[in-house]
Write a protein that binds this ligand. Structure first.
Ligand code: AMP
Ligand code: GLY
Length: 421
């Protein structure tokens, strides 16, 4: 099977690493890929992964059997629709289904209609009305750019002044079109959890849960980022939380989409807040999580490629994913200046992969002199594996300490709370 994998971050390196182990794979082509994916197969850099016509033309020329779409941008741009129209198998929703992620107000509307528990919310396009609303209660405030902002369009704050400033920035163009409307949500308190699904024909097959760290700094301080680390399994979860998320979130959401004429095939990401009164949805994404995928792929015993390929032909009604007992901890090394202004071009040294660890590339590239350098906000992911979270965590940080580049930022508290496990 010839597979085209769209994307070039840590999530895609982890997906590529996993499907490379499938007996079904004959060739992996990644577009645009990264130096890690380049070790697993061909890299295509002349095709824009966000351009539906260009992807169709490349996939046709290369006789690709299946396209797996990693990030949200190609999905929101309609790349999956264009491939399907051409008769090329693709795992990823069309642009209509991708609105679950690309529009927070759409996601809230679908959840309301489907009876999925989430935060109360109001959507505004007018600054005066937004400010009046923020002035009407005491906070904390949750202010979100409605559209795609790579995890950086959200401010959670107790300061009304900061909340108003963020709304001004959104509506004033800081996030471009993504901030043309702003969503103000009720604040939810609790631990977060990410649960992913393989979806087709209204059926949702759950992954094991993972936990992600969204804030830049230790102790969950600093700005929101795409994610600074993750681990799995997550101990001490509410009983049956995965079954609950399948039955009360994923299935009703797929059914509501179907009522709206949207046939959702692909990954679904459910971000949960485990509140005192039960789990509630924080967000949907139309793809797998980054950096959670990097912690999950090494734990997955099933053949991901085989499962997806079979599911596309026969549906997922009989599918169950098998997981190992291995624990994983993933720490993201981010560039100087991330998330606001990541610096590129710093030399990366010491990127070895000792036993029990994996390295997944994200924002790296090989420069003209053949040296590996930083080229994006999140640079590399280091995943340690072990029999316990504690052992995995130890391996991760032992490997992390060998890697150096100027201005490297990482959190030292990933999975720390689970050390006693
Ligand atoms: P989002 O991009 O919508 O997932 O938001 C990014 C992060 O902001 C989430 O992972 C949460 O940590 C936080 N957040 C978002 N919405 C809420 C909410 N309604 N209440 C509390 N925290 C939130
Ligand atoms: N880890 C958060 C995300 O992928 O959106």
């Amino acid at each position: 099977m010839r597979v085209l994998l769209l994307g070039g971050g840590g999530r895609e390196h982890a997906i590529g690493w996993k499907i490379s182990q499938s007996p079904l794979l004959t060739e992996l082509i990644s577009c645009p890929g990264n130096p890690g994916l380049a070790e697993l197969g061909r890299i295509e850099t002349d095709t824009d992964p966000n351009d539906p016509a260009a992807v169709v033309s490349f996939a046709t020329r290369e006789s690709v059997d299946l396209v797996i779409i990693g990030p949200e941008a190609p999905l929101a741009a309609g790349v999956a629709d264009a491939l399907r129209e051409t008769g090329i198998d693709v795992f990823g929703p069309g642009a209509d289904g991708a609105r679950l992620e690309a529009s927070k107000s759409f996601a809230n509307e679908v959840m309301d209609a489907a009876g999925v528990p989430t935060a109360g919310s109001e959507t505004f396009t007018d600054l005066d009305a937004t400010v009046d609303y923020l002035n009407s209660y005491a906070g904390p405030y949750v202010v979100k750019a409605d559209g795609l902002a790579a995890g950086k369009g959200v401010l959670v704050t107790s300061s009304r002044r900061a909340a108003i400033g963020w709304a001004e920035d959104c509506l004033g163009g800081r996030f471009g079109e993504a901030g043309a409307s702003v969503v103000i949500e009720e604040f939810m308190e609790g631990d977060e959890l990410s649960v992913f699904f393989l979806c087709a024909d209204g059926v949702a097959v759950p992954f094991e849960p993972a936990r992600d760290y969204k804030r830049l700094l230790e102790g969950d301080d600093g700005p929101n980022t795409g994610g600074m680390g993750s681990y799995s399994p997550v101990p001490d979860l509410p009983q049956n939380v995965v079954e609950w998320t399948t039955a009360e979130v994923a299935i009703p959401t797929l059914a509501e989409l179907s009522r709206r004429g949207i046939d959702y095939t692909g990954f679904l990401y459910v971000g949960l807040m485990l509140t005192d009164t039960g789990p509630r949805v924080v967000e949907f994404n139309c793809r797998l999580g980054d950096p959670e995928t990097q912690a999950l792929m090494p734990r997955l015993a099933s053949d991901l490629l085989g499962t997806i390929a079979t599911g596309l032909q026969e549906g997922f009604a009989d599918t169950q994913l098998e997981w190992t007992d291995t624990a994983t901890v993933n720490v993201v090394l981010a560039a100087n200046g991330y998330p606001s202004a990541p610096r590129k071009g710093d030399r990366i040294e010491g990127l070895a992969q000792p036993d029990g660890s994996l390295v997944f590339h994200a924002g790296t590239r090989i420069d003209a002199t053949g040296q590996l350098v930083t080229s994006g906000g999140r640079v590399v992911n280091i995943v340690g594996m072990g029999a316990t979270i504690q052992q995995a965590r130890q391996r991760t940080y032992d490997t992390v300490r060998n890697v150096t580049f100027d201005g490297c930022q990482y959190r030292t508290d990933i999975a720390k709370r689970e050390e006693s496990q």
